[in-house]
Design a protein around this ligand. Sequence first.
Ligand code: ATP
Ligand code: MG
Length: 471
Amino acid sequence: MTALGKLLRTTAFKLTLVYLGIFVLFAASLLAYFALNTRRLITEQITATVDGEINGLSNIYAQGGIRRLVMVVDARSRRPASSLYLITTPTGEGLAGNVGALEPGALDHPGWLETSYRRLEAPEGVDHHALVRVVQLPGGFHLLVGRDLEERERVLSIIANAGQWSLALVIVLGLLGGFFVSRRVLSRIDAMTGTAQTIMAGDLSGRLPVAGTGDELDRLAVNVNAMLERIEALMRGLKEVSDNIAHDLKTPLTRLRNRCEQALRAASDVNYRAALESTIAESDELIRTFDALLMIARAESGQARDNMAEFDASQIARDVGELYEPLADEKGITLKVDAPAAAPVRGNRELVSQALANLVDNAIKYAGPNGKANGAPAEIVVKADNDGDRITLTVADRGPGIPDSDRGRVVERFVRLEQSRSEPGSGLGLSLASAVARLHGGELKLEDNHPGLRSTIALPRAGPARPAGNG
Ligand SMILES: Nc1ncnc2c1ncn2[C@@H]1O[C@H](COP(=O)(O)OP(=O)(O)OP(=O)(O)O)[C@@H](O)[C@H]1O
Ligand SMILES: [Mg+2]
C-alpha cells in the first residue's frame, strides 16, 4: 500500500472527513438561512415603502385629481433613486413616470409583480428587475409604483460569494488538518507496529513507545506495556522452571547412565548385560531430549544472540553432508551436497548446524528405503543458496513427505506424525530448526518436493544483498 493510501485509510482521516462533511452541511444551511432571511427582509422593506407611497399618491389623486397626481409623480420621477413610477390612461398611454418599457401585460393585473423593465432614459436592451405594485385608480387610470431589485440581488450575490469562498477554505483547511493529524497518528502507530514486530520475533524486552501526552494511544501503549511486563515475567518463570527441570534431571540421569556403564564393565551375564545396554541407550535418548529442549529454550529466549558471529552457511552444508554420508550410505540413500558459492550468515554457528542436521536426520529417517519410500530412487539433496538478501539451506528428499494439513503442527514440540511412530525420535527436531530460524530473523519452510519433503531454513544474508539466483 502506498504511504498516501495508508494515510487515507486511517481512522483519524476518515473521522476528519465525516466531521468535515457535517460541518460543511451545517455551514451551507446556515448560509442559506441567512441569505433567504436577508432576501425576505429586503422584500418586506420594499413592499412597506411601496405600499406607503401608493397610499400617499392615492390620497393625492382623491384630493387633487389626475393633474395633481401627474405633477407629483413627475417630480418624484426626476429624483435619482431606485424608485419607479408610472401613470397610464385606461388605454395604456403613459402620462407620467420614469418607466420606459415593461413586460407586456404587466399593467393589466393589479397587485404585486416581479417584472423586468427599462428606464425611460436607459438605452435599449439594458433591462433591470423590479418589484412593483399596480393599482387601478377610480376613473380607470393605472398607477405603478416599484423599486429596482438590483440592490437585493447584489446583497445576495455578496452572501453567495462569501459562502463559496468560506466553504472552499473550510474544505481545504479541513483536509490539510486531517492529513496532518493522520500523519501524526500513523507515525505513532507505525512505531508501535515496529516494536510489536520485534517483540513477536522473540525479543520480549521490547516496549511500545509512550509519547507522554496521556492521550488514548498513550494509554493503550501503557497498558500493552504492562501486559508485556507480565508476560515477560511469566515466560521467564516458565522458562526457568522448564530449564531447571531439564537441567536438574539431566545430572542424575547422567549419573545413572554412568553407573550402568560401570556395572556393564563388571557384568558377565549375557541377559544382565543386555538389560544394562538397553538402559544406557534409553538414558542416552532421554539426555538427548533434554539437550534438545535446553537448546530450543536457548534459541527461543534470544539468549543465544550473545554468540553471534559471521560464518559460511555453505561450509555448514558441506560439514553436515559429510557427517551424515555414512548413515545415508548404510541405508542405501544417495546424499548429494550442492553448495558451490559462499553464503555468509551472521548468527550462532552451532545452532544453525544443529538445525540443518535435524532436517538431514529427518530426511534419512523418513525417506529412505527403510522409511517405506514410494518407489522413487532414494536421494537427498542438501543445498546452500543465495536468494537475494536471504541465504537458504534446503534439504530435499523423495520420501512420503508431510501432508499440507500437518505442516503447521509438526514444528510444535513433541509432535510426531502417526506414520513415523516406528522410527525413534521425540518430535523436537523441527521445533529446534524453526526456533533457530526465528532467532536469526528467518523462517523454516516445509514444502512439497513432488514427491517428498523440501525443508528450507531461510536466513538473512550477511553483507550486501545480491540479485536472486546468483550463485
Ligand atoms: N523428511 C520427512 N519426511 C516425512 N515426514 C517427516 C519428515 N521430516 C519430519 N517428518 C515428520 O515430522 C515429524 C516431526 O519431525 P521432528 O524432526 O520434529 O521430530 P522427530 O524426527 O520425530 O524426532 P526428533 O527429530 O526429535 O528425533 C516427524 O515425526 C515426522 O512424522
Ligand atoms: Mg527429526
